[in-house]
Design a protein around this ligand. Structure first.
Ligand code: SF4
Length: 371
């Protein structure tokens, strides 16, 4: 395995918890953040010496990476350069538009950050309040100005679908807002109600869009983004002029990635492992938990179908001579007739309508594989 690694660094701090969120994050304390940064630095050294492989993406995700002092981000980047090269690397940080990041963005850009992902979620202030976000639409405008002023041209925004009380009209307004920000990349997320979150507890008092309604929202989003030059290169991700997320693409094509921090997952040389959702343990003594082997035919097919590049069954058949793909290919042709798959060259990929029911399409294709 000699392809370049991706490195993910989890920053598990948030100033407050959004109403829908069940990610691993804790309140911010500067002392804990410093201890955590020091642990990350020694982990980068340790993994660098162990793997001795170059990386070409570094992604700070959260939590809220923009809570970490710019100096800490800089130290982590420098240490990753020492251990993993990061030659011409894509270096992304997720940021929360609630915070005034004017100086912070300039500092991290000088340290090598060349891509920013902004948690916009909606262009409607009332929806942001329902989601328990700390920011407003005006904050997003200011943040994008600051990103541009820092000289970072490659920025992505997150947009959420299926927000309580969302309508086709309000979604259209959010899409208009998203387009007006001129991002190079847009990630869409379907809100899922997770048990234990305030939104879940309050679900009976809210208009939660039905599955059918959310499917309409998805198709509406695909249509609007595509007509404005954004290509859906993965089920939930859209890029303008080929500006895909190089880091996230590693997850879908099963390229190795190293995840550092509590709750971070890794795939190294066919093995998946993660760290527990416990910051204290991670700072004291990080311990990998083995999750299983990766890269089986089912996982490879499922991930390939998420991408617009799709699946070339004959290439899969060559790599997997023990598996009979005939029934799966017949099924794929049937899905093509139904408008759920399309065929470009030798590859089948999901249409927008197919993406709405991707789980069923993928399951049916996998069930049609024969040993
Ligand atoms: S900012 Fe992100 S990680 Fe933090 S609580 Fe909100 S959704 Fe969760």
């Amino acid at each position: 395995m000699n392809s370049n690694l991706g490195i993910y660094v989890h920053i598990p701090f948030c100033l407050s918890k959004c109403a829908y969120c069940d990610f691993y994050s804790l309140g911010y304390s500067s002392q804990v953040a410093e201890d955590y940064t020091n642990r990350l630095l020694s982990e980068i050294d340790r993994w660098g010496a162990k793997l001795r492989r170059p990386a070409d993406t570094l992604y700070f995700g959260g939590g809220t990476p923009s809570l970490l002092p710019a100096e800490s981000i800089k130290k982590i980047i420098c240490r990753c350069k020492e251990s993993f090269g990061l030659d011409k690397a894509e270096i992304t940080v997720e940021i929360n538009p609630a915070d005034n990041l004017e100086e912070w963005l300039c500092s991290v850009a000088a340290a090598g950050v060349n891509r920013v992902s902004v948690g916009v979620q909606s262009g409607i202030d009332d929806e942001l309040v329902l989601l328990g976000r700390r920011h407003t639409r005006a904050d997003v405008l200011k943040t994008v100005e600051n990103i541009k002023a820092a000289g970072i041209e490659n920025y992505s925004i997150d947009l959420m679908l299926g927000i309580p009380e969302q309508t086709k009209k309000s979604l259209d307004k959010s899409i208009d807002f998203a387009l007006s920000l001129e991002p190079k990349h847009i990630s869409t997320y379907l809100l899922s109600l997770e048990k234990g979150t305030p939104l879940y507890d309050n679900r009976n008092n809210l208009q939660i869009p039905s599955q059918d309604r959310s499917a309409e929202f998805y198709l509406q989003t695909c249509h609007r983004l595509e007509e404005n030059g954004y290509e859906r290169y993965e089920i939930s991700n859209f890029a303008k002029n080929g500006n895909i997320s190089k880091h996230n693409t590693k997850y879908w094509i099963l390229t190795d990635y190293l995840g550092l921090g509590p709750a971070a997952h890794s795939l190294i040389e066919g093995k998946r492992f993660y760290y527990d959702r416990n910051l204290e343990y991670y700072i004291k003594a990080p311990k990998e938990v083995f999750e299983g082997d990766a890269g089986g035919i089912e996982e490879s097919l499922m991930l390939a179908l998420r991408l617009s590049k799709g699946v070339d069954f004959s290439a899969f058949a060559k790599k997997n001579p023990n598996i009979n793909f005939e029934k799966a290919i017949k099924k794929a042709h049937l899905f093509k007739k139904m408008g759920l798959l399309q065929k470009k060259g030798e590859s089948f990929s999901l249409t927008n309508r197919g993406a709405v029911v991707s789980n069923s399409v993928i399951t049916e294709l996998l069930l049609a594989l024969e040993n």
